[in-house]
Design a protein around this ligand. Structure first.
Ligand code: ADP
Ligand code: GN1
Ligand code: MG
Length: 385
């Protein structure tokens, strides 16, 4: 019913109208969460590439709260129970840190439990669902609108890492083992290239060659982690800009969401993914790349905002790799998008035939622009260090 073999399943449901199978399934799922009142509408929501997200509106004695519901993509997260175990630990820990703040429930995700007390509900087809309180009056963006916004985004991720630095108990589970392992990502790319199952390689030789030329350098970040030059820390691992909600009224960065990949890594995975998305002048999937490039002003503001929190734990080797982190995270995304394109677009939600190739192209344009400003970026980092 929910098609994970390619494109996004688009549903727009008015839950009380009609009797079709999808409505019945969704209604049954929502009934099993601890949510009071009557559900009025359920609509698809957001631009995430991985999970299927819906927002429901309820009538609770005349007020109309909203909730987010996500069917966890099981091809990507093969152990949704473990994902939810991590998310519960992380959100509880951050919630404790925010004790006393009146808008605490807008600054950390609130997991809504199922009626059996579990943090998920299974549907009739075996699918895994979770629910969160909807964070109102907040937005996620695709491009930074100002240096001030870039700084706030950086600060919010630095704060997130700081909040989790002392999470106790067992090591968080790696929900996707090797998620940022450039070397296994290249192995997969080589296999896709050799197979060329969909006959697509001929149409993207330039992109393929760029990635092949950059293969060795791409390992720098992950190798530094393996070799212990930089420390392992708990990080988010998917800090693209639209996974950070900004307050609609004040513009403040409110809440880091999309917590499926919070697990051990290097803080530079997060800073790198911020650099990839916040300093870019065009969206990740832009088709017109004439204005594409790396924005130094946004870079400076972003790194400054990030370091306002991360300075307390950053070590010299981490400062050294700031520029490389942005380049490396952009490269791994170019590689993953192109691999998915060669493999027939089965991983990311796509909305047009060349969507993944367009995404890869914009990442490569960004890397080229970073390279052309490499020395200047070094000066900026040194000033801020
Ligand atoms: P994916 O893993 O598919 O990227 P996300 O968890 O990022 O899914 O959710 C997709 C989108 O849904 C987000 O970009 C955001 O706009 C919205 N969203 C998710 N959770 C909430 C929430 N609790 N409150 C408000 N919006 C949310
Ligand atoms: C995916 O889930 P979403 O859309 O926030 C992906 C990230 C990529 C990003 C690129 C679990 O993030 O790794 O950087 O797309 N998440 C997963 O837009 O693969
Ligand atoms: Mg997301």
């Amino acid at each position: 019913m929910f098609d994970y073999t390619g494109g996004r399943t688009i549903l727009c449901l008015m839950i009380n109208s009609g009797t079709d199978e999808k409505q019945a399934l969704l209604r049954a799922v929502l009934d099993r969460f601890v949510i009071y009142g009557d559900v009025e509408t359920i609509v698809p929501f957001g631009k995430g590439h991985i999970n299927d997200t819906f927002v429901s509106t309820w009538n609770q004695g005349g007020t109309r709260p909203r909730y987010t519901h996500q069917r966890i993509n099981e091809r990507v997260f093969t152990r949704p129970d473990e994902v939810m175990g991590n998310i519960l630990r992380v959100t509880r820990h951050i919630r404790e840190k925010l004790e006393g703040l009146e808008d605490r429930s807008r600054r950390v995700l609130t997991v809504v439990p199922g009626r059996d007390g579990k943090p998920f509900v299974r549907d009739a087809e075996g699918g895994w669902w979770r629910s969160y309180c909807f964070i109102e009056n907040a937005r996620g963006g695709d491009l930074a609108s100002s240096p001030e916004e870039a700084a706030l985004l950086g600060k919010s991720v630095g704060l997130f890492q700081n909040q989790l630095a002392d999470i106790g108990g067992e090591r968080l589970i790696e929900t996707i083992p090797g998620f940022h392992n450039m070397e296994t990502r290249y192995t997969r790319f080589h296999q896709a290239l050799q197979k060329d199952e969909f006959g697509r390689a001929g149409g993207c030789r330039g992109e393929i060659n760029f990635l092949l030329e950059n293969e060795k350098r791409g390992s720098l970040l992950i190798r530094s982690l393996w070799e212990g030059t930089i420390p392992e820390r708990i990080c988010h691992n998917d800090t693209k800009m639209n996974n950070i909600l900004l307050d609609e009224s004040t513009g403040e960065a409110l809440c880091v969401i999309d917590l499926d990949t919070v697990m051990p890594g290097t803080s530079l995975f997060d800073l790198g993914d911020l650099i990839r998305t916040v300093t870019a002048r065009v969206p990740e999937d832009a088709q017109d790349l004439s204005g594409a490039g790396f924005d130094m002003v946004l870079f400076r503001a972003l790194v400054e905002g990030y370091l306002s929190e991360a300075r307390s734990f950053f070590i010299p080797a981490e400062y050294e790799l700031i520029r490389e982190s942005g380049r490396s995270m952009t490269q791994i995304m170019a590689l993953r998008f192109l691999t998915d394109y060669l493999e027939g677009d089965h991983y990311y939600h796509t909305e047009r035939p060349l969507h993944n190739l367009d995404r890869c192209r914009s990442q490569i344009a960004l890397i080229r622009s970073m390279d052309s400003q490499w020395e200047e970026a070094d000066r900026v980092v040194k000033e801020l260090s």
